[in-house]
Design a protein around this ligand. Structure first.
Ligand code: DLL
Length: 432
């Protein structure tokens, strides 16, 4: 759904719209959400102190812990009779977090995802296969809602059962694939093995829910003969479609009529100047069921306010490197799994696959850091000397990038477990 009056709105107008909505949202939440009211009172703030976006930084932050403390419905701003759907996410640690939607929230969510589908050229003529998991996870139903909103024919396969996914893709003529990038890669490999790649009618893929690099994008595009687009979102703020790429694949447009993004320094909590890299914070402007003010996502990225070639004025977020909670500290050095993926794919020269696992442990008070990477079938058939040479060269590249040594092991093809949802790249035995 192309909503040009909103998507290409001049930025001054967008700011006016955001200000108007923010003032209303703050007032509404102050009346309805106990935790928010308490925090405002503690800071000596009333809704009358908030006149627009310029006052945003006066407002208190909210945190994932709040959702756990008020589990399951304690932060909802509507009575349960108006909540028509809940979703939940367990994340990597701890108790589930629960989010709720009114009928209008579901329409808005559908529009967010539909805008992205439209921005990549999908329409009612498309067959959209949703291979994100359905259920409490927002991926399946979120993408589903968006695909229905553009009038596409939805093929709701959910995740898993890879052989069946591929057969459905071929028989039903799927043209757009929605799943995690790691599952897209797996589907690509499986299609190749089954000799089905040429029978696919796929044109594009809408992939997200986990960090993935530009090199991973190129690998998926090559494997499936498609254009691969990035979609971002999180359950707390809505689900998939908070932001999504357009046809130019140069950052994900954050739908700013519904969400205000900020980048803060996670230590000082200061809002950082345009273009800086830091922690992404979101305020929801239109959500009724479960609105949030200044929610700290822990995702690390930057925002690009330059006008996009597509004509959309909404700010673009760069690929998040991962959550600050995903950051590993190994021998005192900060390491993001996404940095490792980037090096592996650059170093590959076709000899390794994007399937890898990072294993961190502590032996005799020292962190150990091992990376298993699958080699390609061609290299597997090759001699041990060339395998060792490649291991050494990847180790050197990793040391240059991360400033820390890792032991790289090229392992046999297909020996690392594949994921149908978010990939499990890190095994940190220090936490077990
Ligand atoms: O993963 C929603 C989603 C589903 C987005 C399908 C895109 C596609 P959660 O399970 O709550 O929600 O996880 C949210 O996943 O804070 C990021 O750390 C990460 N994430 C989501 N999309 C991307 C992306 C869904 N495109 C968390 N790139 C977020 C990098 C992403 N990380």
């Amino acid at each position: 759904m192309w909503q040009p009056e909103i998507e290409t709105m001049p930025r001054e107008k967008l700011k006016e719209l955001q200000s108007e909505r923010l003032v209303k949202q703050v007032k509404r939440m102050y009346e309805r959400v106990e935790l928010f009211r308490k925090r405002m009172d503690k800071m000596g703030l009333t809704p009358d102190d908030i006149h627009g976006v310029d006052d945003l930084s006066k407002l208190p932050f909210s945190y994932k812990k709040d959702l756990r403390d008020y589990y399951p419905y304690g932060l909802f701003a509507e009575p349960m009779k108006n909540i028509v759907r809940v979703h939940a996410s367990s994340g990597t640690t701890g108790k589930k977090i629960v989010v709720g939607y009114t009928k209008k929230d579901l329409v808005d969510w559908g529009n967010c995802v539909a805008r992205m589908f439209t921005a990549i050229g999908a329409d009612a003529n498309d067959f959209v296969q949703i291979s994100y998991g359905y259920g409490l996870f927002t991926g399946g139903l979120g993408a589903h809602n968006g695909a229905e909103t553009i009038g596409a024919t939805v093929i709701p396969t959910s995740a898993g059962n890879t052989a069946n996914q591929l057969q459905t893709m071929v028989d039903f003529g799927s043209t757009v694939l929605c799943c995690t990038p790691s599952y897209a890669m797996y589907l690509g490999e499986a299609a190749e093995e089954a000799g089905l790649t040429d029978k696919l009618k796929l044109k594009s893929g809408v992939f997200g829910a986990e960090p993935w690099s530009e090199d991973m994008r190129r690998n998926i595009e090559k494997k499936l003969h498609i254009k691969a687009y990035d979609i971002y979102g999180l359950s707390e703020i809505m689900g998939p479609g908070v932001a999504g790429e357009c046809e130019y694949q140069c950052g994900m447009h954050v739908w700013e009529d519904m969400f205000i993004p900020e980048i803060i320094d996670p230590d000082t909590l200061e809002v950082l100047p345009e273009g800086s890299t830091g922690e992404l914070v979101f305020t929801t402007l239109t959500k009724e069921g479960f609105p949030l003010i200044r929610y700290r996502t822990r995702d690390i990225c930057s925002l690009n306010y330059e006008k996009c070639k597509c004509g959309r004025t909404h700010v673009r977020m760069n690929k998040p490197q991962g959550r600050s909670d995903d950051m590993l500290i190994i021998r005192g050095v900060n390491v993001f799994p996404s940095q490792i993926e980037e090096v592996l794919l650059k170093a590959s020269g076709g000899n390794i696959t994007p399937n890898y696992q990072i294993i961190v442990d502590r032996v005799n008070n020292t962190d150990t850091f091992d990376i298993n990477v699958e080699m390609s079938a061609a290299l597997f058939a090759d001699d041990v000397k060339s395998i060792e040479k490649i291991e050494r060269s990847i180790t050197a590249m990793l040391r240059d990038t991360l400033g820390i040594g890792a032991k790289v092991h090229l392992v046999n093809p297909k020996s690392i477990e594949r994921s149908e949802g978010k990939a499990k790249r890190v095994i940190d035995k220090r936490k077990v």
